[in-house]
Ligand binder design. Structure first.
Ligand SMILES: [Ca+2]
Length: 323
């Protein structure tokens, strides 16, 4: 039995002997409170079970994964294996990502082991996603599996990451300018989903506007629907929607229809400059120098300096030496 103690508080329920439950000083993030301390679920460590450390296997068709609610741990390794269905697309959306650049990394494999193709490595900061924009990077695996491996080194930590994944979903949710068709999104099927874009939007995720303002038709140009869906401007007009006169003091962006080739592989640590109608992309691990001619073709300049010089002269681009 037990007695009422602390009568000044007006006990209504007698305490049950020694069966006093101690509460945890703070709530347990990925675990449960037992006798005043957090007992962590599998894969979590820390006094509040607030840090990932270990392996996770995920079989739900959609969900999210994170290193935890606070800064990740030093010297940690966390691995998630997402099991979808064979040959289904798993789309991973990096809605938050902040790690120590070039020291703390997230590796993404298209498969169920580190021997599967490595399709992405993330490190550093990503711009937080605002409501309504579609800036969060996405990675899609097609094997039906995704293996994510996070590694942090011995010093300096940041807030980590939050990654939302789903099976058979469309890129960027079709950017709010189309609908996802193919199979019912989120369900299992061997056929692929894709975006069916609204009029005047194109691209895999319906993220590219085209023929805005009807290209100023008929005075400034017209919309060409036969090829790349773009404005064809009259001689006196330019710009993506033919709104600018020729010549114009206003700068404008134009999306070229560059055909994908082996050279369209991702790059890092490069610089780009436009000079006399050519865009030069300098630096990365593959080439010293390459450029895009404005007829939508990429050229690669061989890396040896003498070869490079000969290449430029023989292609009648000696003005490049002014760069
Ligand atoms: Ca670090």
């Amino acid at each position: 039995g037990g007695g009422c103690v602390g009568a000044s508080t007006g006990c209504n329920t007698p305490l049950q002997g020694s069966a006093v439950t101690l509460t945890c000083p703070e709530s347990c993030y990925s675990g449960s409170c037992v006798n005043g301390s957090c007992v962590c679920d599998h894969g979590w460590v820390g006094d509040r079970c607030q840090h990932c450390q270990g392996r996770f296997k995920i079989t739900e068709r959609s969900g999210s994964l994170t290193d935890g609610p606070v800064n990740y741990k030093y010297k940690t390794k966390c691995t998630w294996l997402i099991e979808g269905q064979p040959n289904s697309v798993l789309r991973l959306r990096f809605s938050h990502f902040a790690t120590e650049c070039s020291w703390d990394h997230m590796y993404v494999y298209d498969g169920d082991s580190i021997f599967s193709p490595l399709i992405a490595v993330f490190s550093g900061l990503m711009v937080p996603e605002n409501i309504g924009n579609n800036s969060a990077p996405e990675v899609a695996t097609t094997s039906g599996y995704s293996l994510l491996h996070f590694f942090s080194d011995a010093a300096y930590n940041l807030t980590g990451f939050n990654i939302i994944y789903s099976i058979n979903s469309c890129p960027q949710n079709c950017s709010g300018h189309g609908r996802c068709v193919g199979v019912n999104p989120g369900t299992v099927s061997s056929s692929r989903v894709y975006c069916e874009c609204e009029e005047f939007w194109k691209g895999e995720a319906c993220q590219i506007p085209y023929c805005s303002n009807h290209c100023g038709s008929p005075d400034h140009g017209h919309c060409d629907l036969t090829g790349g869906k773009r404005c064809v401007c009259n001689d006196s007009r330019q710009g993506p929607d033919c709104s600018l006169p020729v010549p114009s003091a206003d700068a404008f962006w134009e999306l070229p229809g560059v055909t994908h080739s082996a050279l369209s592989l991702g790059r890092a640590s490069h610089q780009a400059v436009v000079h006399r109608g050519l865009m030069w992309v300098v630096g990365d691990s593959l080439t010293l120098l390459s450029c895009r001619y404005f007829n939508d073709t990429w050229f690669t300049i061989p890396i040896l300096h003498t070869v490079q010089r000969d290449f430029l002269i023989s292609n009648n681009w000696p003005d490049v030496f002014e760069l």
